[in-house]
Design a protein around this ligand. Structure first.
Ligand code: BJW
Length: 250
């Protein structure tokens, strides 16, 4: 592992364009459950078809609104961890040396921004920003908890969480920024994602096709592990600070 960290640090020191793709694993050490963990993941207790689709919201807006509102409250009670902070520090270190650095996060918890990262693309939206089903008007200021489930919006619609559900398109601007960054990148790091959900699951291979060195940091093996140039097994909260220390070593 030491050698893989050394190699990753060497690539990062030479890089002009760095992309980091993050998933639920990076927030696990902040106390936020992942989706697919067999014991504690959300999908071990809930059926995604019942909660994370537009059809689910149409069928049972009360259940879906309540679930997302509870998660909104939970993430606001959690703090960024050492992994989030290490990425913010890496961005600041590399951009001060002229490199470009972008985090493409599938997470909807806002923790990268709260950790101080500047260039963050939330490709699956945000739990903290809700929008009306009627006009698309958005708010980050809704009462917490919501007074009712579902909660009516002033335009006559219902407030729904501003996250991307299965079957919905990712925000166009986010996809454009992701594609532009991937086309240019010379180092691509995937952190704490199972690599099961598209289109994000296709981005490591796209980065490889662009000529980037690709690195996976994950506690477990994923279906994408064999395609990475380097795989580093372990927790993001320990490995990312260790990696950043090596990058900063003269
Ligand atoms: C640690 C750790 C520690 C733990 N340290 N590591 C192509 C092929 C097949 C299907 C499709 C396709 N293109 C599109 C689709 C359909 C669908 C899809 O991908 N389905 C698959 C399941 C097969 N995709 C979509 O519908 C997307 N829309 C789209 O593509 O529109 C166009 C289109 C529509 C329809 C058909 C075709 C095209 C939208 C996807 C939206 C995903 N939404 C969710 C819910 C968001 C709202 C919410 O929060 O509730 O996003 S699903 C859920 O999964 C969430 C996550 O962002 C996403 C990814 O999960 P993630 O982050 O990887 O978490 P886990 O739990 O899976 O993994 C955690 C990892 O961390 C594990 O590997 C652990 O080992 C690791 N770990 N602790 C390091 N401490």
């Amino acid at each position: 592992m030491e050698q893989s960290l050394e190699q990753s640090a060497a690539w990062l020191k030479d890089a002009r364009h760095v992309v980091v793709l993050t998933g639920a694993g990076i927030s696990a050490e902040s106390g936020i459950p992942t989706f697919r963990d067999a014991m504690e993941g959300y999908w071990s207790k809930y059926d995604p078809e019942e909660l994370a689709t537009p059809e689910a919201f149409e069928r049972n807006p009360e259940l879906v609104s309540r679930w997302y509102d509870e998660r909104r409250q939970k993430v606001l009670g959690c703090e960024p961890n050492a992994g989030h902070r290490a990425l913010a520090e890496l961005e600041s270190y590399l951009t001060a040396r002229g490199a470009e650095f972008v985090i493409l996060t599938q997470n909807v918890d806002g923790l990268h921004v709260r950790a101080g990262s500047q260039n963050v693309v939330e490709v699956h939206g945000s739990l903290l920003r809700w929008r009306s089903t009627r006009s698309g008007m958005e708010s980050t200021e809704l009462p917490m908890p919501l007074p009712s489930h579902p909660y009516p919006a002033p335009d006559g619609g219902l407030w729904r969480p501003g996250v991307v559900w299965f079957g919905e398109n990712l925000p166009e601007e986010a996809v454009e920024r992701a594609h532009a960054a991937i086309l240019q990148c010379d180092v691509f790091i995937s952190v704490g994602t199972s690599g099961l959900v598209y289109p994000a699951a296709g981005w490591p291979a796209a980065a490889k096709r662009s000529g980037a060195a690709t690195i996976e940091i994950n506690r477990d093996v994923t279906p994408l592990s064999p395609m990475f140039d380097l795989v580093i097994r372990g927790s993001a909260g320990q490995l990312l600070p260790a990696l950043v220390r090596k990058v900063e070593q003269p």
